[in-house]
Write a protein that binds this ligand. Structure first.
Ligand code: SAM
Length: 445
């Protein structure tokens, strides 16, 4: 829309733009087109747009053939947009984007995030929608230039800080261009910038305990001018030794450490024991016949290489809301690394029965000991990886303590979302869960 059209439409809709909602409407159509082009949106994409306003970006996104879910907090604008577009490809949600449940986005094959963000909450919106792991694969948004610079800042600059590190830990960030305030009505007091973010391959950087990383970085930057060693004395009493080991200046301040150095430091304070998986002595698995009768045992690698029939357990944990906990498998697993799997799962070891293995896996992976009910037994087949699988369910209302050497991440999901997710993105899942889920849904629709 041109400037005059925007002014007229706002009058017609009865909206006089308010600062408290960050209402600055884009009136440069060429720029709007350029923005949407940077997200390379096509008919296979599903776009979540935050703060569509009068639809400057929505219109072009729909024209590219994408499905759009747009969340607008201003009721009059939400109604105007419904009326303007009347498209089955567009769903307008009137509400606060901060309250949106992003888990439903897993039911779409490819999701892109788009928005000229309301400036008063841009950083909160970013942290919410950049949460790892995410159903979104690309983020393209406009925000104040100062904030954009913080996202791409390099060490030793004044823009480099907590936000830079928290975002860059999982994402690649590109600063695309500065946008002058003159392209908006009303003109904001600050310039803007366009930023594009994509997922990092999780294996690109060494892993670390993400909660410990966040805590450490926040502590380090709590007083930027102070030496880091003095600020983290509690977490790292032998800072001098560790700093020397890591090749850091013992008098360094937080802003001098690169992302990789922050990761290395986190791993000194809260190590993840990958060696539990990598260097553990190879287990012996019971080998069974077609009737699941014990025949003998063999080393894990031999069992898998020869497709010997063996035994496994899968456990689905439900919370009081009826949601199921799924885990993303650790990057160090030899089979299906980083795939989504049951709440806990694993092989039956030599000398164990199915029930014992289920309780052990639950303790080892999720740190809980709760009663389990056996739901089904799946026959061994190529689809189960030649495993007879006993499927269990349990209920849990409290915290789960995820074992970071076994699990990359985890979350509760409503069963209907998992149904849609498996249809939309079957490759996200470990095959054992897919088989268990089919049977579990038949027994508990
Ligand atoms: N996308 C439009 C454009 O480019 O012209 C409008 C951008 S304007 C900077 C921000 C929009 O976000 C406004 O329409 C405002 O009403 C909306 N908004 C503000 N806070 C919001 C929130 N918490 N959730 C969803 N939308 C919000």
């Amino acid at each position: 829309m041109k400037l005059s059209e925007i002014a007229a439409t706002l009058r017609a809709v009865g909206v006089s733009p308010v600062k408290s909602l960050g209402q600055n409407f884009l009136h440069d159509r060429n720029l709007a087109k350029w923005i949407v082009d940077q997200a390379n949106i096509g008919s296979k994409d599903f776009v979540i747009e935050i703060g569509p306003g009068l639809g400057a970006l929505t219109e072009l996104t729909l024209a590219n053939g994408a499905g759009v879910l747009a969340i607008e907090k201003d009721k009059r604008l939400a109604e105007y947009l419904r009326d303007r577009f009347r498209s089955s490809a567009l769903e307008i949600v009137h509400g606060d984007a901060m309250e949106f449940d992003a888990r439903m986005l897993y039911t779409k094959p490819t999701v892109k995030f788009l928005g000229n963000l309301p400036y008063y909450i841009s950083s909160q919106l970013l942290m919410k929608f950049l949460e790892y792991p995410s159903p979104i694969s690309l983020w393209l948004f406009m925000l104040q230039k100062e904030l954009a610079k913080r996202l791409v800042a390099a060490p030793t600059t004044s823009d480099y800080g907590v936000l830079t590190l928290l975002v860059q830990l999982q994402h690649r960030v590109e600063y695309l261009r500065k946008v002058p305030s003159s392209v908006f009505l009303p003109k904001p007091e600050v310039d803007s910038a366009l930023v594009r973010i994509s997922e990092r391959d999780p294996r690109e950087l060494p892993t670390c305990d993400r909660k410990a990383f966040q805590k450490l970085v926040r502590r380090g930057f709590s007083q930027r001018r102070k030496q880091l060693g003095k600020l983290i004395r509690e977490e790292l009493p032998d800072w001098e030794d560790k700093a020397v080991e890591l090749g850091l200046n013992t008098r360094a301040r937080a802003e001098e450490l690169s992302l990789e150095q922050w990761i290395a430091l986190t791993n000194r304070i809260a190590p993840i024991h990958a060696e539990v998986i990598n260097d553990a002595p190879e287990e012996q698995f019971p080998v069974v016949d077609e009737e699941d009768r014990l025949k003998g045992s063999a080393l894990r690698s031999k069992v898998h290489a020869n497709n010997f029939l063996h035994r496994a357990v899968h456990i689905l944990i439900f919370n009081p809301a009826g949601e199921v906990f799924l885990q993303m498998r650790s990057r160090w697993k030899d089979r299906h690394p980083l795939a989504w799997d049951s709440s806990a799962a694993g092989h039956v070891n030599a000398g164990e029965d199915y029930d014992q293995a289920a309780s052990r896996e639950l303790r080892e992976e999720l740190g809980v000991d709760i009663p389990l009910v056996r739901v089904a037994k799946l026959p061994a087949s190529e689809r189960t990886g030649y495993e007879f699988i006993c499927l269990y369910r349990g209920s849990h209302a409290g915290e789960l303590r995820l074992n970071p050497s076994e699990i990359e991440a985890g979350r509760f999901f409503p069963p209907t979302i998992i149904d849609g997710w498996m249809t939309a993105r079957p490759r996200d899942f470990a095959p054992g869960l897919v088989e268990c889920w089919k049977i579990g849904r038949e027994k508990n629709p």
